[in-house]
Design a protein around this ligand. Sequence first.
Ligand SMILES: NC(=O)c1ccc[n+]([C@@H]2O[C@H](COP(=O)([O-])OP(=O)(O)OC[C@H]3O[C@@H](n4cnc5c(N)ncnc54)[C@H](O)[C@@H]3O)[C@@H](O)[C@H]2O)c1
Length: 356
Amino acid sequence: MIRIGLVGCGHIGTVHAVALQQLTDAGLVDARLTATFDDDPGRAAKVARHQGGEPYDTLGGLLDEVDAVWVCTWTAAHLAAVEAAADRGLPIFCEKPLAPDLDTATSVAAALERVPHQVGLVLRWAPVFRNLADAVASGEYGRVLAAVMRDDQYFPVQGLYGSTWRGDERLAGGGTVIEHSIHDVDVLRWTLGDPVEVSARTASRFGYPGIEDTAAATFAFADGSVAQLTSVWHQVLSRESSRRLEVFCEKALLWTDDDYLGPLHVETDDGERLIESEPPGWSSSFTLPAVYAKALAQYAEPSKAFLDSLSRVETRAGPQASAVGHPRAADALSAHRLVDLVYRSAADGGAPKSVR
Ligand SMILES: NC(=O)c1ccc[n+]([C@@H]2O[C@H](COP(=O)([O-])OP(=O)(O)OC[C@H]3O[C@@H](n4cnc5c(N)ncnc54)[C@H](O)[C@@H]3O)[C@@H](O)[C@H]2O)c1
């Protein structure tokens, strides 16, 4: 059995802990949450009490007693936890963004590459985006002409998130682009490939220096296609997190306004068809109301896949590390490079920046 240590027991750490608990209790993984650690000991104790495991006073104490680590601290603390776990050869699931800035993200990625790892760019596992990526890659609808992604949520220092660190540039690295839309940048480059040029405008309107709440970015591709990203943190507290993506191909418009199950709408000359998706069948064995089970499956599926792949490898580090986990540090680092260019362009009045 794989003993899992959770480092960072806040919002997403708790979501992962519940997902892991449900997977374990349903007999779906050969793993169990056995240890928790948080700078705030009360949080580590609370997760341990409700989702299982023993709370530890130190990171080192936890790392001594586990076989794999989930790093769910706020963004600026990922590097220290990832390096400490990688030094011990432990497999690591690391939340996104890797770090507040590109240089530090490069260091986090380098440490992750030394061990089996996976990054929490969870949209890679969303059936609606998998269907979209497959449809675009099939070539059935011709070349991509343009894509429009809109991502919005309420300014997340309140409500469900209630996290003061998201208003602190040193801890978060920025606002809506790095903290939320790094997911979107990842989906865009996964679906459309890497752009050759990035230009962007950002604004901070709510009094948090360095934390942009409004951003518009344009990604230009070598074949002449373009993608636009509008990313907003507003004060509409009833809108927790919402995404809409439209991809215009030569012979179809593909779009969705749900970032997990879709449906994906495909409109062609023949009319509109819907590609529907279901959560994994095994999530029906979760002991949660159906609406929560569905939401949790979004996080449980990538965790289960990572744990299943860990069960199959014999060594914890070394050459086999490169075969385990999806998406990987390299994917995240590529998204970080584009996010960095968004910020560089915005700081330069929207001037285009080349992707090297
Ligand atoms: N993939 C996703 O969908 C998703 C969703 C939400 C958050 N996230 C990411 O997860 C991370 C955490 O976000 P959150 O919403 O859970 O924040 P949070 O504030 O709710 O929790 C962060 C926790 O980290 C703890 N912490 C800080 N420094 C620490 C350290 N050095 N050692 C141990 N614990 C430490 C804090 O005490 C806090 O409990 C961020 O990087 C965020 O971007 C990802």
